[in-house]
Every structure is written in C-alpha cells, then in structure tokens.
Design a protein around this ligand. Structure first.
Ligand code: ADP
Ligand code: MG
Length: 298
C-alpha cells in the first residue's frame, strides 16, 4: 500500500536515503549489491550499514540475501521513496494525498505543489509511479517494444524507461494536444497537472456525438504529429465541459511503426465500441480512421 510508503518516507533520515540510493546505484551492475560495494558507494562503515539495513528490511524497503554472498536489493516501495524525496527536494511537491488510481502498470496519487516563488495558492497535482517491471519481465519485454536489450535488465530499468518515454511525449504534445501539463519527472515517476473533468468510463455524457467528434479531432492532431496513442480507451480519456484530455502515453508509437495501422485501428475500435455500447452511437470505423489520417484543415 502506497500510504504506508509515505508514512515510512517521513521516518527515513539522510543515511537511510543514502543507503537506498547506494543500493539503487549498485543494482546497475549487480542483481544483489554486495555489502563491500555498498560500503564503498555510501562511505558508511559496516557497523552503521548493518543496523540501518536491519531497520530498512523491517520496513520492507530492502531485501537481503545471505547466499552466495551478503547482498541487497530494493524494490518499488524504496524506489517510490527515492523519487518522492527528489520531488520534495526540488520543490515540485510539498505534500502527498490519497491514492486515486491503480492502473495495470501504475499507482497514481494526489499531491500538492507549492506556488512558484511563493505567490498564489498551492496547486493540486498528480504523481504517477510506473510499475512496468512488476509483472514478469519476459511479458514486459514482449509487449513493450521500446525496451531495448540491456545486460542488466531489471524492473527499475523497465519502469524508469516507461516514465521517461511518457514524460518525453507529454512534453512534446503539450499544449497543442489536450494532455495534462507535465511538471516533473524523476526515476519511474511523473508529476503532472490533474486532468480536467472525469474519466469517460465514469461519465454519462449529454451530448456524446459532440465529445466523440472532439476526441476524433484530437486523434487527428496527434496523428499529424506522427503519433498513435495505441492504448486508447474510455479509461484513458477525461471529459469536461469544454472538451477532452487524453492520458496514459508510455505505449505510444510513431505513425512509421510497422504495426501503426493495426494499432490505430485498435484504438478506433475501442473508442467506437464504448460509444456504441453506452450511447447506441454508431460510426463507421473506416471513415473515422480516414478522418484521423486526413491532413489538418488550416
Ligand atoms: N493527470 C491525471 N489527472 C487525474 N487522474 C489521473 C491522471 N493521470 C492518471 N490518473 C488516474 O490514474 C489512473 C491510472 O493512470 P494511467 O495513466 O491511465 O496509468 P495506467 O497505465 O496504469 O492505466 C487513471 O485511470 C486515472 O484515474
Ligand atoms: Mg490507463
């Protein structure tokens, strides 16, 4: 549970963070970071490491092995704490709120950002922690074509890469495309603005045809930028009075991708299925795809 992590995070001191960070660095080269290596990285004596690690293990932030040598690993809870620590230090966030969504491959929390230069009101924001490597790494590798082969492939690498990819595309699309503004990215985590309105899947629209056109118009603009979302559904679209916002981008592909047409078709079929089922609103998929691919009117 993420709320536990936040409680634990408040109890961590600078040496604890140094140790977690040291294990993180060591895991680039070792599956289990040897104690000697950790002593070198953290510059802490064995006696300090020993009692600190015992406490971190109790909090489930460090995993310890005794064979074939004494070594350590961290897992997502510790990685979350390290990213949170960075966001707090940078002034990106000042407080953390409730969990508002657990997706297939993420945990999403509410947080608070202090106003820039101290003027104005604190702002509610979202933290999205990627969880890509949580499922078996073979599966992740199969479904995520953006994972290149790395010798020391690990969940850290998978989750961090997915977050980086999502951060890059959100920066590229904003503000021309209606996506939440990205505020910060560290490790496997993103801080972004709260999407406007509510999720399409949780909303009963009064004028569904208008919203469907609005989404198709966005998809057209996205396509003109050479991008296909490729995980589009009623769970990744927010609707509000004035329009729509599209979230959840790490699996996007370029329009030059070998399976671009299939992926676009799948997005469109998902979208049309929702509007057909919920509102009996039928559109021809071929015509919608043509509209998405059509050059934008100037
Ligand atoms: N910017 C945001 N504003 C509000 N809610 C969000 C935002 N980003 C994510 N969420 C919530 O978190 C859930 C999971 O996020 P999402 O980006 O879709 O990741 P996943 O890949 O796990 O589906 C969403 O369905 C939504 O409820
Ligand atoms: Mg999603």
């Amino acid at each position: 549970m993420i709320t536990d992590v936040i409680k634990i995070f408040r109890e961590l001191d600078s040496k604890d963070l140094r140790i977690l960070q040291g294990i993180e660095v060591g895991m680039k080269h070792y599956e289990w970071v040897p104690v000697e290596e950790l002593m070198k990285i953290t510059k802490l004596p064995y006696s300090t490491l020993e009692y600190k690690i015992r406490a971190l293990k109790k909090k489930n932030l460090v995993v310890v092995t005794g064979t074939p040598y004494e070594g350590y690993q961290i897992y997502f809870d510790a990685y979350d704490a390290l990213a949170l620590n960075t966001f707090v230090k940078r002034g990106t966030i000042s407080a953390i709120g409730d969990e508002i969504g657990v997706g297939k491959e993420s945990v999403v929390l509410e947080a608070v950002k202090e106003p820039e230069l101290g003027f104005g009101e604190p702002q509610g924001v979202i933290i999205k922690f990627h969880r890509e490597g949580r499922t078996s790494f073979k599966r992740v590798k199969r479904v995520r074509c953006h994972l290149e082969d790395k010798e020391h492939f690990s969940w850290i690498y998978a989750a961090r890469l997915a977050a980086k990819r999502e951060a890059e595309i959100m920066r590229k699309l904003y503000p021309d495309i209606s996506v939440p503004r990205l505020i910060d990215n560290n490790r496997h985590a993103l801080v972004m603005e709260v999407a406007e309105g509510s999720l399409l899947c949780k909303t009963r629209l009064e004028d569904p045809a208008w919203f469907l056109d609005c989404i198709i118009d966005q998809l057209n603009k996205i396509y003109q930028k050479g991008i296909i979302h490729s995980d589009l559904s009623e769970y990744n679209i927010f609707v509000y009075d004035g329009g729509v916002q599209i979230i959840d981008w790490p699996q996007y592909v370029g329009t030059d991708h070998p399976h671009a047409d299939e992926l676009l078709e799948r997005d469109v079929l998902n979208l049309l299925k929702h509007f057909k089922r919920k509102y009996c609103l039928a559109r021809d998929p071929g015509e919608v795809i043509d509209a998405i691919k059509a050059p934008e009117e100037s």
